[in-house]
Ligand binder design. Structure first.
Ligand SMILES: NC(=O)c1ccc[n+]([C@@H]2O[C@H](COP(=O)([O-])OP(=O)(O)OC[C@H]3O[C@@H](n4cnc5c(N)ncnc54)[C@H](OP(=O)(O)O)[C@@H]3O)[C@@H](O)[C@H]2O)c1
Length: 269
């Protein structure tokens, strides 16, 4: 029996010119186990396990990977782990949030933005990052209207260091504002939380990209017995034409295969 894959289901990432799988791999759990809100404890995979997970994802047709400086060692592990396969992947990283000694802090200045991008390029062993999102602290409009980070990302795009930029926020107002100038918004959208839906509507109407974070409510989605929460979650997402891809953070190969099979089924039916 041939397992379903996502190879034939890649779609445009808004107007960036990039094509991405409808399911992306989130990598918080490759780099950090402190200050996370998952329902179950976990052990960060070692290099062999991480390499296997990445090659499984690739074989299943996933070409989109999401990381951030705030995900502990995620970026610095991905550099060597993805060595030799840069062209396969659409890499998304972030800027603005730092995570040191178990605590987050934020810096949205132009100087920090440039320093952070140079550091990400080095860690990821690449000459350009496909998409960089502002990692919001929740004060979305303040960041967009009064900080230097967004215009600095716009300049870095013109300089060719990044192919696209956008915003990973926490409010609909922030997502809408971010899409006026940016290429992509990363929004929370799942069976429990749909307040950012207007951002997805706007993106669909204006050719912008939407990446969904916490598609499975970080693993907290529970439904009536007999209803598969993974299927119900992906049905909710992909009925909307504005969703480019769902970034799901799993380190479990069985979950990864299940998620791919369900997304393939939902998009094919
Ligand atoms: N920009 C931001 O502010 C931001 C914030 C949060 C997340 N993100 C990005 O979005 C990604 C996803 O967010 P998230 O990790 O918070 O939430 P999520 O993708 O909704 O949920 C991930 C959790 O669900 C579990 N899971 C995945 N597939 C499953 C399945 N088939 N059955 C049962 N459990 C399953 C995973 O556990 P297993 O490992 O056991 O599968 C993991 O604990 C992150 O990795 C990150 O890249 C971005």
């Amino acid at each position: 029996m041939t397992l379903p894959t996502l190879h034939d289901l890649h779609r445009p990432l808004g107007s960036t010119g990039l094509r991405v799988s409808p399911l992306g791999l989130g990598t918080v759990k490759l780099g950090r186990d402190q200050g996370v809100k998952y329902p179950n404890g976990f052990t960060i995979p070692d290099d062999d396990q991480a390499r296997l997970l990445l090659s499984q994802a690739r074989e299943l047709g996933i070409n989109l990977i999401d990381t951030a400086p705030a995900y502990g060692r995620s970026e610095e592990r991905l550099g060597p782990l993805l060595r030799g396969q840069r062209d396969h992947w659409v890499i998304v990283s972030k800027v603005g949030e730092e995570f040191d000694n178990g605590l987050s802090h934020f810096d949205f200045s132009a100087a920090h933005t440039r320093l952070s991008i140079e550091r990400s390029l080095k860690r990821l062993e690449t000459e350009h990052i496909d998409l960089v999102l502002v990692h919001s602290d929740g004060n979305d409009l303040h960041i967009l209207e009064h900080e230097e980070v967004y215009q600095t990302l716009e300049a870095l795009k013109q300089e060719g260091k990044i192919a696209g930029f956008g915003f990973s926020g926490k409010t609909a107002a922030g997502g809408l504002k971010a899409l006026e100038r940016g290429d992509c918004a990363m929004v929370t959208y799942n069976l429990n939380e749909q307040a950012e839906r207007p951002v997805i509507d706007y993106a669909a109407d204006h050719g912008k990209a939407i990446l969904v974070k916490k598609a499975l409510a970080s693993g907290h989605v529970c439904l009536s017995p007999g209803v598969d929460p993974v299927r119900a979650s992906f049905e909710l997402l992909f009925v909307h034409p504005g969703v480019s891809s769902a970034i799901v953070g799993t380190i479990n190969p069985v979950h990864l295969a299940h998620n791919v099979a369900i997304v393939a089924d939902v998009l094919s039916s």
